[in-house]
Design a protein around this ligand. Structure first.
Ligand SMILES: [Fe+2]
Length: 221
């Protein structure tokens, strides 16, 4: 976007103060984890409580990554590992919005930050048709769910609320927006290719820690 003089607009300063610290610390912890091991059960076992800690407290997610769309659920990228070993995404669900039945092709974790979600797993029967696998379960605020090709990878997720926004923080074992995935038609064997992409080209600034440094300098004077 350009201003009237044809010059690019300057972005607003990115200093979020200490607000975004929980997300930065989560990203650092998962980076250390995937550096140490690529074993899926080990990663999930260690990352699950980290995600539970992240979603236990609200207030750190910057406003632009909480905005719903009237028609579609949103998936805002919050961070992608430079080697694409994991990504962190804010899912924002408008009232009653739901995904299609889909897979992930990599491990994934879902932590509910606001509101609640309904999750329904699916499985393919001997006739090749996809049908519901067990009962739908509710994921309440603060709870974490796990999906993966080894644990069960096909599900449908929906906002449990018809009158308000829900937000969940998802972590995946890849740059999930660029993974070649699939959507499924329940009741049939139909499978279609699916690449989710992201809802925004911008990411939150995790790295402007200048306010803390300024305070420490002032403390030395
Ligand atoms: Fe999913």
């Amino acid at each position: 976007m350009n201003d009237k003089a044809g010059q690019p607009e300057r972005l607003a300063p990115g200093d979020l103060g200490e607000t975004i610290t929980p997300l930065r610390e989560f990203v650092a912890a998962v980076t250390r984890l995937v550096e140490r091991t690529r074993d899926e059960p080990a990663i999930v076992a260690e990352a699950r409580p980290l995600l539970a800690t992240l979603v236990a407290e609200d207030g750190w997610l910057p406003g632009p990554y909480t905005v719903p769309d009237p028609k579609f659920y949103c998936q805002y990228l919050l961070h992608c590992d430079p080697l694409e070993r994991f990504s962190v995404v804010s899912f924002v669900w408008g009232p009653g919005q739901a995904t299609p039945v889909h897979d992930h092709m990599v491990w994934g974790m879902i932590g509910v930050l606001r509101g609640a979600e309904k999750c329904q797993r699916f499985r393919r029967g001997p006739d090749g048709r996809w049908s519901e696998d067990g009962a739908e379960h509710l994921l309440a605020r603060g709870e974490v769910d796990v999906v993966s090709p080894t644990l069960g990878d096909v599900h449908r997720v929906a906002n449990a609320h018809q009158d308000r926004v829900s937000i969940s923080i998802h972590v995946y074992g890849a740059n999930i927006g660029a993974v070649s995935r699939h959507v499924y038609a329940p009741g049939s064997g139909e499978v279609k290719p699916f690449v989710s992409g992201y809802s925004s080209a911008a990411l939150p600034n995790l790295w402007d820690r200048s306010s803390r440094v300024r305070k420490s300098i002032q403390g030395q004077q």
